[in-house]
Design a binder for this molecule. Structure first.
Ligand SMILES: [Zn+2]
Length: 110
């Protein structure tokens, strides 16, 4: 298995940046960005998507191009609900004006 991916952004190879220029002499190309896997930043779960996209712009290009297929993977046909408890508390601010603080807590129905 290779230790890199090519960026999956459909337009990656068209953005005019120094980092994409390849080739010698006058015959040059803009090439898709190569993404190496070995960084701790990219292995963190939250940033795992950046193993496949060189930046957020390429990620959004991909989503725009494939949104219909993406949502078809896990269709949402009805609303979801999270059971909560709502508590209202009457408080006074620094100037002694009353205000209501709303506290929402999840209800664990496990
Ligand atoms: Zn890219």
């Amino acid at each position: 298995m290779s230790d890199y991916n090519w960026c999956h952004g459909p337009n990656c190879h068209t953005y005019q940046t120094q980092s994409r220029i390849r080739g010698s002499g006058r015959d040059k190309v803009l090439r898709t960005i190569k993404i190496k896997h070995n960084s701790n930043y990219r292995s963190h779960e939250r940033y795992h998507m950046f193993n496949f996209f060189c930046n957020q712009n390429c990620l959004m290009d991909f989503i725009r191009a494939h949104i219909t297929s993406i949502v078809a993977i896990a269709p949402r046909r009805e609303a979801q609900e999270t059971p909560i408890k709502v508590e209202k508390e009457q408080l006074k601010d620094y100037y002694n004006y009353p205000y209501t603080k709303t506290r929402i807590t999840k209800v664990d129905n496990a």
